[in-house]
Design a protein around this ligand. Structure first.
Ligand code: SAH
Length: 496
């Protein structure tokens, strides 16, 4: 049976600007055929296991010609696949979306088009430029600044000048001098406000606000490169007052998040919401220990314990899987009390339908060991080589325990790209959510890296102690939660 092609607008870069319907299409795809302008953050939303075909086009050099792209779509659909054709911005706004549908329509292949947020509107918006405004512009014109190879620009400048309103040029960076000159020759005042927005909606966005007469020079000084949109019109005067992106507390800061990939999401998202550019670098991975005879024996003898203690969501997950294997539910835990090191772990328990009976006032192993109101025996299910602070404090209180490793953390290998980025000062700060993430990070960057300029944002005292022992400058969150870590990033990065 023939498949189907869904043409999806990926938006201008910020993954939050992908439409709901576009995201659903990605989740249901067998194959995604994408362009160079689709941002890595949007590509990250493609589920693992979905085949990706990169047909990225570079200006003046088309690695995959348009005809071939059309054929790939047809072949993939005919092979019975659900194909998503993912294109930057909106597919029908200078995106050749129409051309790609022609062959499919002629061949009787089913297709859909899901519009995207176009960079022609979103890039100005993220630079504080409303493309229309009742006081300044009552029309909007989107124009390509791209000339066909060897040809002159085919722009009717006098018509644009007569029409008034806001002009937005896409694909216009290399033709910028010709565009501004063309408009002025056609009678537009050189004092007309004009702007360029480079990498609009991405954390590395830059804007250049000038006048029609000075834009080319200012753009050269700032070395503005493609992709960028050119905006011409009175609305550009609003940019300085309205550029909300630059007012975000973490704007321009690059923060490395070292949590394991499956747990990085919430922290990264919160940092991004404050304007940071987040690099996710999973320095550790958690691997369940299966089979785990010690856990099986302990759970077989659960009545012997008063408390079941978890120190991480990963430990709760392994336990949850074991419950499923045993066909257990909450009733099998009747009489047992549950302790969690912090809110993240408690949340993981609540996903299993289990309420946490105890959490220490400070979310770390020492306080858990000191404050756990235990009389009977304690069962701890956690990582191999978990912090000895927990068992030492319990032992000091003569509380009997069984400390069972149910998963281990694996440090990822050396990473030269990361080491180089640190070397060049491209990273403002690194977040650490456990001592093992510190060890994983150091292994990734190597022992020779100069870490003196890096700020280590640590979730708790033990993590900070590990960071300091390797010569890192460490700051500690008010409490061991992602929210407090984000707050710490906000405070510390303002001074970097
Ligand atoms: N279909 C796309 C436009 C494709 S043409 C859309 O609707 O956005 C490619 C041009 O789009 C680039 O040369 C640049 O002018 C513009 N562009 C795309 N992404 C951009 C971004 N993030 N910031 C600024 N301009 C961008």
């Amino acid at each position: 049976m023939c498949g189907k092609v869904v043409l999806v607008g990926a938006g201008p870069g910020d993954p939050g600007l992908l439409t709901w319907k576009g995201k659903k299409a990605l989740e249901q795809a067998d194959v995604v055929v994408y362009d160079r302008l689709v941002s890595p953050a949007v590509l990250d939303l493609i589920p693992p296991g979905v085949r990706r075909i990169n047909v990225g086009k570079k200006a003046a050099c088309h690695p995959v010609p348009q005809e071939r792209i059309n054929e790939i779509l047809l072949e993939q659909a005919r092979a019975g696949h659900r194909v998503v054709r993912l294109k930057g911005g909106d597919p029908f706004v200078f995106g050749r979306g129409g051309e790609e549908l022609e062959l499919l329509a002629r061949s009787g292949v089913d297709f859909e088009e899901i519009p995207g947020v176009t960079s022609a509107i979103a890039a100005p918006a993220y630079a504080g430029i409303p493309v229309t405004h009742r006081d300044y512009a009552s029309s909007l014109h989107i124009i390509t600044g791209h000339a066909r190879a060897g040809k002159e620009l085919e722009i009717d400048f006098p018509a644009l000048v007569r029409a008034g309103g806001t002009l937005v040029f896409v694909m216009g960076v290399s033709a910028l001098p010709r565009i501004t000159a063309g408009l002025m020759e056609a009678g537009m005042d050189g004092a007309t406000p004009a702007a360029l927005v480079e990498n609009g909606t991405l954390p590395v966005q830059r804007r250049c606000v000038a006048t029609l007469a000075t834009l080319t020079q200012r753009s050269a000084e700032m070395e503005i490169r493609s992709p960028a949109v050119i905006v011409v019109g009175e609305v550009c005067t609003l940019s300085d007052a309205f550029c909300w992106v630059e007012k975000q507390p973490l704007h321009g800061r690059r923060i490395l998040v070292t949590r394991p990939r499956d747990r990085a999401g919430a922290l990264s998202e919160k940092l991004r919401d404050l304007g940071a550019e987040v690099w996710e670098y999973p320095c550790i991975e958690t691997v369940p220990l299966v089979p785990c005879p010690d856990m099986e024996t302990a759970l077989g003898n659960l009545k012997a314990y008063e408390w079941l203690v978890f120190t991480s969501p990963a430990g709760v997950e392994v336990f949850g899987n074991q419950m499923r294997t045993l066909g257990w539910d909450g009733r099998n835990l009747a009489g047992i009390r549950l302790a969690a090191l912090g809110p993240g772990t408690a949340r993981a328990l609540s996903i299993l339908g289990l309420r946490t009976d105890f959490m220490p006032a400070v979310y770390d192993a020492v306080h858990l060991g000191q404050e756990l109101p235990a009389r009977g025996r304690v069962l701890i299910l956690r990582a191999a080589q978990g912090s000895p602070a927990l068992t030492e404090t319990l032992a000091r209180r003569t509380i009997a325990y069984d400390d069972i490793a149910v998963y281990r953390t694996v440090l990822t290998g050396p990473d030269t790209v990361l080491a180089q980025a640190l070397e060049e000062g491209a990273v403002s700060a690194v977040t650490f959510t456990s001592a093992s993430t510190v060890r994983g990070f150091l292994r990734a960057v190597g022992t020779r890296a100069d870490l003196s300029r890096i700020t280590a944002l640590c979730i708790g005292q033990q993590t900070a102690a590990e960071a300091r022992s390797h010569g890192l400058r460490a700051e500690v969150a008010r409490e061991a939660t992602p929210e407090a870590l984000v707050e710490l990033a906000r405070v510390c990065c303002q001074n970097i």
